[in-house]
Each structure stands twice: as C-alpha cells, then as structure tokens.
Design a protein. Sequence first.
Length: 385
Amino acid sequence: MENALAARVRARVADLDSQGLLRTLRPPAGIDLSSNDYLGLATHPRLAARLAVAVEQDGCGSTGSRLLRGHRERFTAIEQRFAAFKGAERSLYFSSGYLANLAVLATLPEAGDVIYSDERNHASIIDGIRLSRAARVIVPHGDVGALERRLAGHDAAGERFVVIESLFSMDGDIAPLADYAAVCRRHGALLLVDEAHAVGIYGPDGSGLVRDSGADDDVLVSINTAGKALGVAGAFVAGPAWAIDYLQQRARPFVFSTAPPPALAAALAAALDVLAAEPERRETLRARVRFLRARLARAGLARAAGTSQIVPIVVGANEAAVALAAGLQRRGFDVRAIRPPTVPPGTARLRVAVNAQLSEDDLERFVAALGQGLKEIEPCSAACS
C-alpha cells in the first residue's frame, strides 16, 4: 500500500511533467556544446597521468575530514599555489563549488548582518544565504545603481556583504566588477565574488575576472570552481589569511566533510601547469566564441549581448526548449534545455557553452542545425534573446 509521502511525491513529479519541467539523466553524446570543460582540460593527458600516479601513491580516498586523518601535504601545496595564482594570501580547497559557497555565506555573515545578492545568482549562493542568519536584500540583475541606492538607504547593525558572480552562468554576461568594487568602497560593504565560470579563462594568466578588472583589493574572498575550466573537481576559496583561517575553524562544509581524494590535488597542479604552458587554449576559446557569436548574429538566430563563452538561446516555453534540444541531439550536438527554476519562468533556453576543442566547422554546422531546429519546434519562439 502506498503511503502518504509516496503519493505526495508522485503528485509533485506529475506536476513537473505537466509543466515541461521533468528532468532526466543523459550521458554525454555528440559534439560537446553543453559542458563547462571550456579549455578541454578534463581529458588532457598531463592531468590524467598526474592523477594516475597520485592514486598509486595515495590511494583512491582521503579516509576522513581534513581535520582528522584526511589531510595530505598535497592539499597544502595546491592551496598555496592557487593562492599565489589568484594573488591572495591564502586559499582553502573544498570538494565542490556548492559547498564552498555554503561555507563562505553561512560562516562569514552572521545575525545582524545584511547580504545584498544579485537576483540571478545561482543556487549555491542562494542556499548559502538561506543558511546564514543574515538579512537578505535582492538586487536587480547587474544594476549597480540599484545596489548603491539600497546600500545608501539601508543601515545595518552589523556588516554588509555584496555577493555576485563575475560571469553569470545562465546569461553569460560579465559583471562590472570595478563598479561594484567602487560602490562597496563608498558604503563600507564587503564584496564576495563567485568566479566559477571565469577562473582559468580570463585575465592574462587565467586567474579570473577579479584580477582582470583590477578589483583585487576590494574583494574580500573569491570562490573558484575547479571542475569547470580547470578540468578537475572541487573549489578554492581565496582571500586574506584571517578569513581562510576562520573558514578552516568554523565552516561546517569543511569541518564535517570527508576530504576530497588527495589525487585531485595532483591533477589540479597539472591543470595550473597547463594553463601556464598552453595559453593558446584560452586564445582558441576566445576565437571560437567570436566565430559562433558572429555566425549566430548573421543568421538572425541570437541577439545575446556579451563576449563570454556562455551563449543563451532563449526560446521561452519549457516544451519548446526541450524539443529544440532533442532535435539538435538527434543531429549530433550535445546541448541541453535549461528551464525554471534555474532560469526565470518564460525564459527556457539552450545554454550553449563554447569550448576550445570545437572547430569552426563544428560551429558552422551547429548554427545551421539550430536554424532548422527553430523552424521545427511548435510553438516556436524564434526571436531569441
């Protein structure tokens, strides 16, 4: 006999299905236009070889939290190296970007503080804010003036934090970090920046948009995912020594999580080696981004502003986005439909992610397939954003 919980869950799933929001697991198939492996490092032989050697030396698992038996000198070495890479005093390695954001936002802000959050910040930022006991103020997306007005009109007994992504993961737009930094300076606010989709790509050495914008001195800490452009897994929080020391003592996602496999630290060291030795990967990525954006504009298929490797093709209805993705998958292109709550209602889309391993021919064929796919979907919102 089915219990009440099972019935409730089945009803929730049926409701998702009726709204075109039911999700399925699908392994990679076809030309990659959806992953975050922007530089192709996830399959780089140098990373794979370093990982394999480290597994032979240290085993598959860490066996405990970092504060128990899970710590290794490999972690200390990669944290020191990543801090230097970011121009920070210290860094701390977490097993995922999600946990890193939870750690920062549930540990540094406290009751009596206020967090000002961009309305399009991604889920781990939102959940970290919920776990903090600070008040929350939502700021319109990318609106520096609105942030300044809220800071000017809102007194707080404690600290005021501003949290943004440097490159927004679903819209592909780059935050005006220098402007945010100036506003925070004027109002004594503390700036937290998630560099998940920027680290490895932007800046002269791939260290990210914080350094590229000159906002280093105004950013309290940055959160840097290592499973996207760096091709491995986990995330680094980088910042002043006092903040990193405090996270090590008090951040529950660090204290109470089993440490990542130590071999990942070796692979991350190899990733930083490749970034330094092969800057042409970043150049190739930028060239492919320019090529795709120009071809989409010429074909009248997308008007997405910006220059980043994330190109949203907004179709509107959930069912239309799913149908468009399915049609492109049948044609050999691995793209996925992005639907609410990941994006606002009525803005379901394809999130096209360009990577350095794509050829111009791949992209030409994708644009042609996209044009055909948009003609086929019904109802079709071909006027993409």
